[in-house]
Design a protein around this ligand. Structure first.
Ligand SMILES: Cc1cc2nc3c(=O)[nH]c(=O)nc-3n(C[C@H](O)[C@H](O)[C@H](O)COP(=O)(O)OP(=O)(O)OC[C@H]3O[C@@H](n4cnc5c(N)ncnc54)[C@H](O)[C@@H]3O)c2cc1C
Ligand code: FES
Ligand code: FES
Length: 494
């Protein structure tokens, strides 16, 4: 049995969406087909937040659900079919009877809108904040609004609206839209595979890994869709949607997070927001670093596996995974009977050229695992960007040292710390992210100013960056060495 439609609820109304419409980008579909033009499209690449909507999670689960939970996402870079099994709430669904929602009212009261083009996006981002926080402090408000741009009002009144708005029971989106039918449909849709097709393009969503690898083995060149935050941008820039697509959103085991004493394993459907949350205990520096990754609208849907498989040399998570014992778990079909063959690839062997992975044809990444940060390890993850938030790195660095002796003990008259082992990786300095075993070796021993300087020079001499819009090769060389100098000096002097 197979469905030929994506099943969604839209502002409380059930919709079955087939063919051409299922393969449209959600924002386009909302405006052109569903007649909901409150959702705006400005950048069409996930950068401005004008297209923000709320989406309930679609996680195939054996447990009964009593209430949906909603998060903000950008609707411009994901297809309608990927919304299968979820409830979408747009700005049109926020008003309660004759009353504006708290976020709408706060924006009005604080005069936080001029041309109004960005306003629905801010309202939706603020509403997502109110789903989790009755009232926000300055940090929470700015975190939730990181993904939204306004070009004419100025941010002060918008921030004031976010700081003065209060959540109310009656307006909670989860309460208003968690009707039994919506939940029943959401669960039912996860039990049946989906295949939507239009003019030679097909998107398949199987309910099992076995079905998934069978599909990729008989459809060479199939692209796996995570949240499409990479793929969606390329499509909006004019590249055609790949003709054979697979979405893994109906496969329960790909949502799992497994913690062990030594590390953690995330399924390929686990979002970056969830990875960040879990990493607070397992790898705190990684969790801190993920705060600088994109916006909530992106992190709520984008996957860690998508970042890895995208294989960009400036993918932010890759240097960390290279120094943290990262391993990708892959699956493919073996033999005509459809047996699922599984294997693991160390992150250090995954990248074989610019945007090239060592995956075999038909292989799908199912999980990613990495080690916990050791109690005696000092780790630092950093990136060089033109602005702090929502920017792509020119260079990124990941450093981890196992020390004997105290961090910061390098002052006058004190014994310097001893580096027992070192792990160093960079992004943005070659066609692939790189780990640096020779540099690591050179760093072992007493940590002092002379060693920091010689290692910094060794780094600058051993990388081969390219020049592009984000920075020249020489800039990248200097930046890479300076990132290390800063880390080394922090460890030495505290
Ligand atoms: C506004 C914006 C800001 C961003 N900011 C950052 C940032 O700060 N740092 C950063 O590093 N990146 C950033 N990105 C890039 C992007 O969000 C990340 O790379 C993200 O992790 C991709 O995840 P996804 O699930 O959306 O992947 P998708 O776009 O769905 O897929 C990306 C690639 O991975 C492949 N893939 C996905 N899942 C699998 C699988 N299970 N098996 C095999 N292949 C698979 C796809 O086929 C595709 O080639 C940003 C993107 C946008 C639009
Ligand atoms: S239109 Fe700018 S993020 Fe979607
Ligand atoms: S009010 Fe005009 S862009 Fe924000």
């Amino acid at each position: 049995m197979m469905r030929d439609f994506a099943l969604i609820h839209l502002n409380g109304v059930r919709r079955e969406i087939r063919g051409r419409e299922a393969l449209m980008m959600l924002a386009e579909w909302l405006r052109k087909e569903a007649g909901l033009s409150g959702t705006k499209i400005v950048c069409a690449e996930g950068d401005c937040g004008a297209c923000t909507v709320l989406r309930s999670s679609c996680q195939p689960s054996a447990q009964p659900i009593s209430q949906l939970s909603f998060e903000a996402m950008n609707s411009c870079i994901a297809t309608v079919a990927q919304m299968d099994g979820t409830h979408i709430v747009t700005v049109e669904g926020m008003q309660c009877g004759d009353h504006l929602s708290p976020a709408q009212e706060a924006m009005r009261r604080c005069h936080a809108s001029q041309c109004g083009y960005c306003t629905p996006g801010f309202v939706m981002a603020m509403s997502a904040m109110l789903e989790r926080h009755d009232q926000a402090d300055a940090r929470t408000a700015s975190n939730y609004l990181t993904g939204n741009l306004c070009r004419c009002t100025g941010y002060a009144p918008i921030i004031e609206a976010a700081l003065t708005v209060r959540a109310t029971e009656t307006h909670s989106v989860a309460r208003r839209y968690s009707d039994p039918q919506s939940i029943k449909d959401s669960v039912a849709s996860t039990k049946l595979s989906m295949l939507v097709e239009y003019e030679g393009t097909k998107l398949f969503a199987p309910v099992s890994l076995r079905e998934a690898v069978t599909f990729t083995s008989i459809n060479p060149g199939t692209r796996v869709l995570g949240a499409a935050t990479d793929i969606g941008v390329h499509v909006n820039k004019g590249k055609p949607l790949p003709t054979s697509l697979i979405s893994l959103h109906l496969i329960p085991e790909l949502y799992e997070t497994k913690l062990t004493r030594s590390g953690v394993t995330f399924g390929s459907r686990v979002t970056l927001a969830e990875v960040r949350r879990v990493s607070e205990d397992v790898a705190p520096e990684f969790a801190r670093f993920l705060n600088l990754f994109a916006s909530p609208q992106i992190k709520n849907v984008a996957t860690l596996v998508g970042n890895i498989a995208n294989a960009s040399p400036i993918g932010d998570t890759l240097p960390f995974l290279l120094i943290a014992g990262g391993e990708v778990h892959v699956a493919s079909r073996q033999g005509a009977k459809g047996v699922v063959r599984k294997r693991k690839i160390p992150m250090t062997d995954l990248y074989v050229g610019y945007k090239k992975l060592s995956l075999e044809p038909g292989e799908i990444i199912t999980h990613i695992s990495f080690d916990r940060t050791g109690a005696n390890d000092v780790m630092s993850l950093c990136k060089v960007t033109q602005r702090k938030d929502l920017d792509i790195s020119a260079v990124s660095g990941a450093f981890s040292l196992t020390l004997k002796g105290r961090r910061g003990a390098g002052g006058k008259g004190k014994a310097a710390p001893n580096v027992v082992s070192a792990r160093i990786a960079y992004g943005g300095v070659a066609a692939t992210p790189v780990r640096m075993p020779e540099v690591e070796l050179a760093l072992c021993g007493e940590l002092n100013q002379a060693r920091i300087e010689s290692v910094a020079l060794l780094i600058a001499g051993s990388i081969k960056p390219i020049s592009d819009v984000r920075g020249s090769a020489s800039y990248r060389r200097v930046a890479a060495a300076n990132l290390f100098r800063r880390f080394g000096n922090e460890v030495l002097h505290g």
